[in-house]
Design a protein around this ligand. Structure first.
Ligand SMILES: Cc1cc2nc3c(=O)[nH]c(=O)nc-3n(C[C@H](O)[C@H](O)[C@H](O)COP(=O)(O)O)c2cc1C
Length: 214
Protein backbone atom coordinates (compact mmCIF):
# COMPACT_ATOMS: atom_id res chain seq x y z
CA UNK A 1 0.00 0.00 0.00
CA UNK A 2 1.14 3.53 -0.75
CA UNK A 3 1.99 5.83 2.17
CA UNK A 4 1.03 9.53 2.07
CA UNK A 5 1.79 12.67 4.05
CA UNK A 6 -1.39 14.59 4.92
CA UNK A 7 -1.84 18.20 5.98
CA UNK A 8 -4.31 18.83 8.80
CA UNK A 9 -7.78 19.56 7.39
CA UNK A 10 -8.97 23.15 7.89
CA UNK A 11 -12.17 21.81 9.48
CA UNK A 12 -10.22 20.52 12.50
CA UNK A 13 -9.78 23.93 14.08
CA UNK A 14 -11.14 23.32 17.58
CA UNK A 15 -8.39 23.82 20.19
CA UNK A 16 -7.07 20.41 21.24
CA UNK A 17 -7.86 21.16 24.90
CA UNK A 18 -11.49 21.91 24.13
CA UNK A 19 -11.84 18.72 22.08
CA UNK A 20 -10.20 16.56 24.75
CA UNK A 21 -12.05 18.05 27.68
CA UNK A 22 -15.50 17.98 26.11
CA UNK A 23 -15.32 14.67 24.25
CA UNK A 24 -17.69 12.24 25.90
CA UNK A 25 -19.99 9.31 25.22
CA UNK A 26 -22.87 10.57 23.07
CA UNK A 27 -25.58 7.92 22.87
CA UNK A 28 -28.55 9.95 21.69
CA UNK A 29 -27.76 10.50 18.02
CA UNK A 30 -29.82 12.49 15.55
CA UNK A 31 -30.98 10.00 12.88
CA UNK A 32 -32.05 12.78 10.52
CA UNK A 33 -28.81 14.75 10.31
CA UNK A 34 -26.44 12.94 7.97
CA UNK A 35 -22.69 12.72 8.37
CA UNK A 36 -20.94 13.48 5.08
CA UNK A 37 -18.31 11.39 3.33
CA UNK A 38 -15.95 14.36 3.65
CA UNK A 39 -16.38 14.35 7.44
CA UNK A 40 -15.80 10.61 7.53
CA UNK A 41 -12.58 11.00 5.55
CA UNK A 42 -11.41 13.64 8.05
CA UNK A 43 -11.97 11.40 11.08
CA UNK A 44 -10.41 8.40 9.35
CA UNK A 45 -7.42 10.48 8.24
CA UNK A 46 -7.05 11.63 11.85
CA UNK A 47 -7.24 8.00 12.97
CA UNK A 48 -4.51 7.05 10.51
CA UNK A 49 -2.13 9.53 12.17
CA UNK A 50 -2.07 7.72 15.52
CA UNK A 51 0.90 5.89 17.01
CA UNK A 52 1.04 2.17 16.28
CA UNK A 53 3.65 -0.56 16.72
CA UNK A 54 6.54 -0.24 14.23
CA UNK A 55 4.23 1.84 12.01
CA UNK A 56 2.83 -1.44 10.69
CA UNK A 57 -0.60 0.21 10.50
CA UNK A 58 -2.69 -2.90 10.99
CA UNK A 59 -5.85 -1.00 12.05
CA UNK A 60 -8.79 -1.37 9.67
CA UNK A 61 -12.09 0.50 9.81
CA UNK A 62 -15.36 -0.69 8.36
CA UNK A 63 -17.71 2.26 7.85
CA UNK A 64 -21.38 1.32 7.76
CA UNK A 65 -23.64 3.96 6.24
CA UNK A 66 -26.34 1.95 4.50
CA UNK A 67 -29.55 2.41 6.51
CA UNK A 68 -30.73 -1.18 6.13
CA UNK A 69 -27.32 -2.52 7.13
CA UNK A 70 -27.27 -0.31 10.24
CA UNK A 71 -30.79 -1.44 11.14
CA UNK A 72 -29.74 -5.09 10.79
CA UNK A 73 -26.49 -4.51 12.65
CA UNK A 74 -28.49 -2.70 15.37
CA UNK A 75 -30.37 -5.93 16.08
CA UNK A 76 -27.08 -7.74 16.62
CA UNK A 77 -25.74 -4.88 18.73
CA UNK A 78 -28.85 -5.13 20.92
CA UNK A 79 -28.33 -8.90 21.28
CA UNK A 80 -24.63 -8.41 22.08
CA UNK A 81 -25.30 -5.72 24.67
CA UNK A 82 -27.77 -7.88 26.54
CA UNK A 83 -25.48 -10.92 26.25
CA UNK A 84 -22.78 -8.92 28.06
CA UNK A 85 -25.23 -7.98 30.82
CA UNK A 86 -26.32 -11.62 31.11
CA UNK A 87 -22.67 -12.68 31.53
CA UNK A 88 -22.06 -10.01 34.16
CA UNK A 89 -25.34 -9.84 36.09
CA UNK A 90 -27.62 -12.57 34.75
CA UNK A 91 -29.88 -9.88 33.30
CA UNK A 92 -32.29 -10.78 30.50
CA UNK A 93 -33.29 -8.53 27.57
CA UNK A 94 -35.80 -5.88 28.57
CA UNK A 95 -34.75 -6.12 32.25
CA UNK A 96 -35.89 -3.12 34.23
CA UNK A 97 -32.68 -1.15 34.77
CA UNK A 98 -32.68 1.25 37.75
CA UNK A 99 -32.66 4.93 36.74
CA UNK A 100 -29.42 5.56 38.64
CA UNK A 101 -27.60 2.60 37.07
CA UNK A 102 -24.57 3.44 34.89
CA UNK A 103 -26.12 1.03 32.37
CA UNK A 104 -29.31 3.05 31.93
CA UNK A 105 -27.94 5.16 29.07
CA UNK A 106 -26.03 2.25 27.56
CA UNK A 107 -29.31 0.29 27.42
CA UNK A 108 -30.84 3.22 25.58
CA UNK A 109 -28.02 3.05 23.04
CA UNK A 110 -28.70 -0.67 22.61
CA UNK A 111 -32.25 0.28 21.61
CA UNK A 112 -31.28 3.25 19.45
CA UNK A 113 -28.23 2.06 17.57
CA UNK A 114 -30.47 0.76 14.78
CA UNK A 115 -31.02 4.35 13.69
CA UNK A 116 -27.50 5.75 14.09
CA UNK A 117 -26.43 7.70 10.98
CA UNK A 118 -23.06 5.89 10.82
CA UNK A 119 -21.42 2.98 12.62
CA UNK A 120 -17.69 2.34 12.37
CA UNK A 121 -16.23 -1.03 13.34
CA UNK A 122 -12.52 -1.09 14.23
CA UNK A 123 -10.51 -4.19 13.41
CA UNK A 124 -6.88 -5.11 12.97
CA UNK A 125 -5.15 -7.42 10.58
CA UNK A 126 -1.87 -9.27 10.73
CA UNK A 127 -2.39 -10.11 14.39
CA UNK A 128 -1.86 -6.47 15.36
CA UNK A 129 -2.74 -6.03 19.03
CA UNK A 130 -5.46 -3.77 20.41
CA UNK A 131 -2.87 -1.40 21.83
CA UNK A 132 -1.96 -0.45 18.26
CA UNK A 133 -5.61 0.19 17.36
CA UNK A 134 -7.00 2.21 20.26
CA UNK A 135 -4.74 5.26 19.77
CA UNK A 136 -6.31 5.58 16.30
CA UNK A 137 -9.79 5.10 17.77
CA UNK A 138 -9.12 7.94 20.22
CA UNK A 139 -7.99 10.20 17.35
CA UNK A 140 -11.20 9.31 15.56
CA UNK A 141 -13.33 10.21 18.60
CA UNK A 142 -11.50 13.50 19.19
CA UNK A 143 -11.65 14.59 15.56
CA UNK A 144 -15.36 13.74 15.45
CA UNK A 145 -15.83 15.92 18.55
CA UNK A 146 -13.95 18.75 16.83
CA UNK A 147 -16.44 18.51 13.93
CA UNK A 148 -19.38 18.60 16.37
CA UNK A 149 -20.13 14.92 15.76
CA UNK A 150 -21.01 12.71 18.71
CA UNK A 151 -19.59 9.23 19.20
CA UNK A 152 -19.40 6.45 21.75
CA UNK A 153 -16.89 3.64 22.06
CA UNK A 154 -18.69 0.33 22.50
CA UNK A 155 -17.91 -3.36 22.18
CA UNK A 156 -19.76 -6.44 20.92
CA UNK A 157 -20.01 -9.99 22.30
CA UNK A 158 -18.64 -13.27 20.89
CA UNK A 159 -22.19 -14.51 20.43
CA UNK A 160 -22.78 -12.17 17.46
CA UNK A 161 -19.33 -12.01 15.87
CA UNK A 162 -19.84 -14.73 13.25
CA UNK A 163 -23.02 -13.04 12.05
CA UNK A 164 -21.38 -9.60 12.01
CA UNK A 165 -18.41 -10.93 10.04
CA UNK A 166 -20.71 -12.67 7.59
CA UNK A 167 -22.94 -9.61 7.22
CA UNK A 168 -20.04 -7.40 6.13
CA UNK A 169 -17.69 -9.90 4.49
CA UNK A 170 -15.02 -9.54 7.18
CA UNK A 171 -12.13 -11.96 6.54
CA UNK A 172 -11.23 -14.61 9.11
CA UNK A 173 -7.87 -12.99 9.91
CA UNK A 174 -9.41 -9.66 10.97
CA UNK A 175 -9.68 -9.13 14.73
CA UNK A 176 -12.58 -7.01 15.96
CA UNK A 177 -11.82 -4.34 18.59
CA UNK A 178 -14.69 -1.92 18.99
CA UNK A 179 -17.81 -0.39 17.54
CA UNK A 180 -18.26 3.37 17.23
CA UNK A 181 -21.68 4.83 16.37
CA UNK A 182 -21.45 8.41 15.05
CA UNK A 183 -24.03 11.15 14.66
CA UNK A 184 -24.89 14.68 15.65
CA UNK A 185 -25.94 14.76 19.31
CA UNK A 186 -29.57 15.13 20.30
CA UNK A 187 -28.66 17.43 23.18
CA UNK A 188 -25.18 18.73 23.85
CA UNK A 189 -21.76 17.39 24.69
CA UNK A 190 -22.04 18.39 28.36
CA UNK A 191 -19.18 17.74 30.75
CA UNK A 192 -17.58 14.61 32.10
CA UNK A 193 -16.69 13.57 35.63
CA UNK A 194 -13.40 11.87 36.36
CA UNK A 195 -11.26 11.04 39.37
CA UNK A 196 -8.70 13.67 40.34
CA UNK A 197 -5.31 12.97 38.79
CA UNK A 198 -3.88 13.61 42.28
CA UNK A 199 -5.49 10.29 43.22
CA UNK A 200 -4.60 8.32 40.10
CA UNK A 201 -1.00 9.49 39.60
CA UNK A 202 2.05 8.26 41.48
CA UNK A 203 5.32 10.16 41.60
CA UNK A 204 8.55 8.19 41.26
CA UNK A 205 7.15 5.40 43.43
CA UNK A 206 3.75 3.68 43.69
CA UNK A 207 1.46 5.42 46.20
CA UNK A 208 3.70 8.49 46.39
CA UNK A 209 1.46 11.47 45.41
CA UNK A 210 2.24 14.02 42.67
CA UNK A 211 3.13 17.63 43.66
CA UNK A 212 -0.41 18.89 43.00
CA UNK A 213 -2.01 16.56 45.55
CA UNK A 214 -3.45 18.44 48.56
C1 LIG B 1 -13.88 -0.61 26.36
C2 LIG B 1 -15.12 0.26 26.43
C3 LIG B 1 -16.37 -0.33 26.30
C4 LIG B 1 -17.52 0.45 26.35
N1 LIG B 1 -18.73 -0.15 26.15
C5 LIG B 1 -19.84 0.62 26.12
C6 LIG B 1 -21.10 0.02 25.82
O1 LIG B 1 -21.21 -1.19 25.58
N2 LIG B 1 -22.18 0.81 25.75
C7 LIG B 1 -22.09 2.16 25.99
O2 LIG B 1 -23.12 2.83 25.91
N3 LIG B 1 -20.92 2.76 26.30
C8 LIG B 1 -19.79 2.02 26.35
N4 LIG B 1 -18.57 2.60 26.61
C9 LIG B 1 -18.50 4.04 26.90
C10 LIG B 1 -18.26 4.30 28.38
O3 LIG B 1 -19.42 3.94 29.11
C11 LIG B 1 -17.90 5.78 28.58
O4 LIG B 1 -16.70 6.05 27.88
C12 LIG B 1 -17.72 6.14 30.04
O5 LIG B 1 -18.87 5.87 30.78
C13 LIG B 1 -17.35 7.61 30.20
O6 LIG B 1 -18.40 8.38 29.65
P1 LIG B 1 -18.25 9.97 29.50
O7 LIG B 1 -17.02 10.22 28.68
O8 LIG B 1 -19.51 10.42 28.81
O9 LIG B 1 -18.12 10.54 30.87
C14 LIG B 1 -17.41 1.84 26.58
C15 LIG B 1 -16.14 2.44 26.70
C16 LIG B 1 -15.02 1.66 26.61
C17 LIG B 1 -13.65 2.32 26.71
Amino acid sequence: MEMVRLNPPAELNMPIGEAMFSQRAIRRLDPDRPITDKQLKIVLDAASKAPNGANRQGARFLVIRDRESIAAFGELYHEAWWAKRKDEYGWTPGQDIPADSPFKMAALLADELRQAPVVILAFSTGGMAANSVFPSVQNLLLSARALGIGSVLTTLHPTVMDLVNEMFGVPADADFHCCIPLGYPRGNFGSTQRYRTADTTYWDRWDSPPPWAD
